[in-house]
Design a protein around this ligand. Structure first.
Ligand code: GAP
Length: 513
C-alpha cells in the first residue's frame, strides 16, 4: 500500500470501527482513554486467536496444562512479586505543554531516529552501487559507524542509569540528547519520577474493614501461587508448563496507539517450570517455538524480529521480545523471560509455605526455575489486523478493501448468498447455512448485488463466498469464490463441509506448526 504509515494506521482504526471490529469504550460519553470494546466481528477474531494460542500451547503439549485464576489476589501477592515496590515507569513532564512522557520511551524514540538514518544510508548506497553488499557497507562506512557508536553509547549510559535507578542521569541523557517535547517543541523538562502502574481498589463493605487490593497487572502471579496445587493434583513432572489467558490492568501513562497499549488488556501467558541450570536451554527452545507460532500465521517473515532487553526486569536473568512491524514501526509483541526461581522463592518467603518440587531422578527437593512466554492478545490482534488490511487496485482500475486474515482466524469462515431473492434460491442457501453452521461460523446475505456482497465480505475478511444460482437447483453445485485470488470454482454442495474443513479449521493451522 502506498499510503504514509500514519495514514495507514488511521485506516486500520477506521476500518476496525466501520466493520464492527473495535469500538472506543463508552463512546456515547466521549470514550474512556486507552480502553476499547470488541464488536461483533472483533470478538470472533479475538476468540479465534485465543483458541489458536490455547490449542498450540496446551493441547499440543502433553506437559502443559491450563488454569483460570481470579483477577483479584491476596494483596501480599504483589508485595512478594515486587510489583508494589518496583512496577514503575520513569515519568517526565514537559513544563510548557504539561504533557507527561515515559522517559525511557523518549530515549528509545531518539535511538530509533538514529537507526532510521542508518537505514537511509544503506538505501542510498544500494541505489548507487551495483552488486551492493549491505553487510560490507555497514562495517566499512564511516558515517554509519559514527551513528552506530552514538547508539551504543546512549544504550550503555541509559542501561547503567536505569539499573542504578539513577533518575537524575536519565533526565540528563534527555537534556544531552536535546530531546524536545513533540507538542511544545521545548526542552523545559521536570525531574524524572517513578510512577507505580497498578490500579488499586478496596474489598469489603465497611470502609474501616476494607482491604486495599490490586487489579492484577499480569496474569503470571495467578500461576505462581497455584504452582503446587497444579503440580500435585495433576501429578506433573518437571519440565512442565501452566498456561492461562485473562485480563490484566495497568495505569499506563503513555496510553496511545489504539489497542497497542491499553489500561485494560488481555494476556496469554505460560510459565514453564524447569530444573535449575537448564533454564537457558528452555529459554532458547521457547524463543524458537513462539517465533514459529507467529510465522505460522503467514503474515510475512520480515514482520518479526527479536530484541534483547537492555534492562532486565527485577525477576529475570535473560529476556527478549518478539517484535512486530506495526504500522508505527517495530514494537514489542511478545515477551520471553527467564524468570529464575525469583517468584516462587518470594512466595515461599512471604507465605511461609514451601513451593518445592521433589525430583525423583535427583532424589532431591528444589524450587524450579521458570521460563515464561507472555503475549498480549490485543497487541496480537492489532498485528494480525494491520498486516491483513489491504487496499487493492483491480484490473480496470476498480479498487477493493480486503482483510487477508489467516482463514482459520477469520470471524466468518464463509458467506452464503442466493443469487436472487426468488425461485427457491434463498431456501436452498438457507439450508446450506443450516448444514454448515454446526461446524463453522457462517454469514448469510441476500441484500444488494452479488458484487457488493463480495466487497462487504472482503472487508470483513471472510475467506469464501458461496453463491447459490439456478444451476444449483439442477445439479446441486454452487460457486465458491476465494477472497484472496477472487477465483471462482464450482463445488458440489455435499463437498462444502470438507472443502471448508481443509482450509479454515484451526486444525489446518495447527498442522503447520
Ligand atoms: N508476565 C510478564 C509480563 O507481563 P510484559 O512484557 O510486561 O511481561 C507481556 O507484558 C505482554 O503483554 C507484552 O509483550 C504485550 O504484548 C502485553 N502488554 C503489556 N502491557 C500492555 C498494555 N498496556 N496494553 C496491551 N498489551 C500489553
Amino acid at each position: 500500500m502506498s499510503q504514509k504509515p500514519e495514514d495507514f494506521f488511521k485506516h486500520v482504526i477506521s476500518h476496525s470501527k466501520e466493520y464492527g471490529y473495535i469500538f472506543q469504550s463508552s463512546e456515547i460519553y466521549d470514550g474512556l482513554s486507552a480502553v476499547y470494546d470488541y464488536g461483533q466481528l472483533g470478538v470472533e477474531l479475538k476468540k479465534n486467536i485465543r483458541d489458536y494460542w490455547w490449542k498450540a500451547m496446551v493441547q499440543l503439549h502433553e506437559n502443559i496444562v491450563g488454569l483460570d485464576a481470579a483477577i483479584f489476589m491476596h494483596p501480599t501477592t504483589w508485595k512478594a512479586s515486587g510489583h508494589v515496590d518496583a512496577f514503575n515507569d520513569p515519568l517526565i513532564d514537559n513544563k510548557d505543554s504539561k504533557k507527561r512522557y515515559r522517559a525511557d520511551v523518549l530515549i528509545e524514540e531518539h535511538i530509533a531516529k538514529i537507526e532510521d538514518k542508518i537505514t537511509k544510508e544503506v538505501e542510498k548506497a544500494a541505489k548507487r552501487f551495483e552488486n551492493f553488499d549491505a553487510a560490507v557497507f555497514l562495517s566499512t562506512n564511516a558515517r554509519v559507524k559514527e551513528y552506530q557508536d552514538k547508539i551504543d553509547a546512549i544504550n550503555a549510559r541509559f542501561k547503567t542509569a536505569l539499573n542504578d535507578n539513577n533518575l537524575e542521569d536519565v533526565k540528563q541523557i534527555i537534556i544531552d540528547l536535546e530531546i524536545v517535547c513533540p507538542i511544545s517543541g521545548s526542552r523545559n523538562w521536570t525531574d524524572v519520577r517513578q510512577f507505580n502502574l497498578m490500579f488499586s481498589t478496596s474489598m469489603g463493605s465497611v470502609s474501616e474493614d476494607a482491604n486495599t487490593i490490586y487489579l492484577r497487572p499480569e496474569t503470571a502471579q495467578g500461576i505462581f501461587v497455584n504452582y503446587l496445587n497444579v503440580q500435585k493434583t495433576g501429578r506433573m513432572k518437571i519440565p512442565f508448563g501452566i498456561a492461562q489467558t485473562g485480563k490484566a490492568f495497568r495505569n499506563e501513562i503513555v496510553a496511545r496507539q489504539f489497542i497497542f497499549r491499553m489500561r485494560e488488556f488481555e494476556q496469554m501467558e505460560m510459565q514453564f517450570f524447569v530444573k535449575p541450570g537448564t533454564e537457558m536451554e528452555w529459554y532458547e527452545y521457547w524463543k524458537k517455538a513462539r517465533l514459529n507460532w507467529h510465522l505460522s500465521l503467514d503474515l510475512g517473515a520480515d514482520k518479526y524480529r527479536f530484541h534483547d532487553h537492555l534492562k532486565l526486569a527485577h525477576y529475570a536473568n535473560a529476556a527478549c521480545d518478539i517484535e512486530h512491524n506495526f504500522p508505527f514501526g517495530f514494537k514489542e509483541l511478545e515477551g520471553i523471560h527467564s524468570r529464575t526461581d525469583f517468584d516462587l522463592k518470594q512466595h515461599e518467603q512471604f507465605s511461609g509455605k514451601k513451593l518445592q518440587y521433589f525430583d525423583p531422578e535427583l532424589n532431591q527437593n528444589y524450587v524450579p526455575y521458570v521460563v515464561e512466554t507472555s503475549v498480549g492478545l490485543d497487541r496480537l490482534f492489532l498485528s494480525i489486523l494491520s498486516s491483513a488490511l489491504k487496499e487493492e487496485t483491480l484490473e480496470g482500475g476498480d479498487t477493493r478493501t480486503v482483510l487477508n486474515l489467516p482463514p482459520a482466524l477469520a470471524p466468518y469462515k464463509a458467506a452464503v448468498f442466493p443469487l436472487v431473492k426468488k425461485d427457491g434460491l434463498p431456501e436452498l442457501a438457507e439450508s446450506i447455512v443450516k448444514d454448515l453452521k454446526f461446524d463453522f461460523n457462517i454469514a448469510y446475505d441476500e441484500k444488494d448485488t452479488v458484487g457488493k456482497r463480495y466487497r462487504r465480505q472482503d472487508a470483513y475478511g471472510t475467506p469464501f463466498c458461496i453463491t447459490v444460482d439456478h444451476q444449483s437447483l439442477e445439479d446441486k453445485t454452487v460457486t465458491v469464490r476465494h477472497r484472496d485470488t477472487m477465483i471462482q470454482e464450482r463445488i458440489a454442495i455435499d463437498k462444502l463441509s470438507t472443502f471448508l474443513e481443509e482450509r479454515v479449521s484451526l486444525k489446518s493451522l495447527l498442522k503447520t506448526l
